[in-house]
Design a protein around this ligand. Structure first.
Ligand code: DX5
Length: 224
């Protein structure tokens, strides 16, 4: 089953709680919190207190995407805040294998993310520890960017690498995910769709945007 996570980066910060509840009642499978430090990416966003506040209104997956140079500095704080998953970048300064182990030691699901220019081979020595692989289909830092289609082949190559090693690590895709790009992403092997602007800034209500995204998955998965 393909899961949909709403990225709160594109939500209205003045109505965040309300929009989280609306997305949850509309059937979203979880939320991605895009944490940015203004150094790893040229934007500054949320901290542990936002996750803590979200935890009071949602029982869904809270997936913390750490777009920060030194993720190991923040693991305890986001774990205490109530994160269910933390995703770190292979491009960060911290040693990815060590950070992923530290996340799992906290009892939190550990994910790894690759920027568009990062080759698949960067995954080879961390597949024994990563529980989610997130392929960035935009350059991280901002919502509302155009999908980078060259990443579809990367998703397919990662899928093949996992199949060859008989691994069933889910592939997440993040950036420019909407009803137009979802079919190709799912056909390529994405099982978790992270979507921000198409849910929170789409043409219709949050409920209608999520329903449209869900409908765009149909017919493009292996089960269907
Ligand atoms: C980029 C962010 C975005 C966000 C989704 O740093 O990670 O990809 O989650 O944004 P949209 O869906 O608006 O591209």
């Amino acid at each position: 089953m393909v899961l949909i996570e709403a990225s709160i980066l594109s939500a209205d910060p003045m109505r965040l709680g309300e929009q989280i509840k609306e997305a949850e009642s509309s059937g979203v499978d979880g939320f991605q919190i895009d944490v940015m430090d203004g150094h790893f990416v040229p934007n500054i966003t949320f901290g542990p207190d936002v996750v803590k506040a979200m935890r009071t209104v949602s029982h869904k997956m809270l997936d913390v995407h750490l777009m920060v140079t030194d993720p190991d500095r923040y693991l305890d704080a986001f774990a205490e805040a109530g994160a269910d998953r933390m995703i770190v970048h292979v491009e960060a300064r911290s040693n990815a294998h060590r950070v992923l182990r530290a996340i799992r030691k906290l009892g939190i699901e550990a994910g790894v993310s690759l920027n568009p220019g990062t080759p698949v081979c960067e995954l080879e020595e961390i597949l024994d520890i990563a529980q989610v692989i997130q392929v960035m289909t935009v350059h991280p830092g901002f919502g509302g960017q155009d999908f980078i289609y060259s990443q579809l082949d990367k998703i397919r190559r990662i899928k093949k690498m996992l199949e060859d090693r008989k691994l069933t690590i889910p592939i997440a895709v993040d950036g420019g995910i909407d009803t137009a790009t979802t079919p190709d992403a799912v056909k390529s092997g994405a099982e978790i769709l992270v979507s921000g602007s198409s849910i929170y800034r789409g043409n219709a209500s949050i409920k209608e945007n999520i329903a449209a995204l869900r409908a765009s998955i149909q017919g493009h998965t292996e089960e269907s």
